[in-house]
Write a protein of this length. Sequence first.
Length: 153
Amino acid sequence: MNTVAIELAWVEGADRDIALPAYATEGAAGADLRANFPDRGAVTLEPGARALVPTGLRMAIPEGYEVQVRPRSGLALKHGLTLPNSPGTIDSDYRGEVGVILANLGDAPFVVAHGDRIAQMVVAPVTQAAFAVVEDLVDTLRGAGGFGSTGRG
C-alpha cells in the first residue's frame, strides 16, 4: 500500500483534543474526519436540511493528489446522512479550513456533536487532461446512446 504525506494544521480556535483523521482498520481506504465546532457545540440537521460542518483542520496535499470527501456508510444507512456533493474534492493548492457539507435525507432530526465522525477522506492521484477540439470523433458501437441506452439497470 502506498503512503502519501499530508501535512495538517489547526485553524485558530479549533479544539486540538479532537482526533486527527485516522483509518479505522488496516485495510480502510478512507480516514475518518470529525466535527470540530469553534464553540464546542452541536448542530441539529432537520430532515431535508444541510449544513457546513467545520473540521478545524487545514491541509497541504502534495501536487498530483486530491483528497476526496465521502459519506460514512453507517450514517447514510442508519440516519440518511450524506454529502450532497459527494465526493467532494479538496485540491492540492487549497489551504483553507476543510468543511464537510452534510445533508439529512432521513425522516428524523440528526444531531452532529462536537467530535463526531462525520465523513471520510480518501487520498487519490490526479490526472489532468489536455483538451483538443477536433472536427469529428471516432465512432463506437454505442455511439451517442446514453441514460439507459444499454439496457435496464
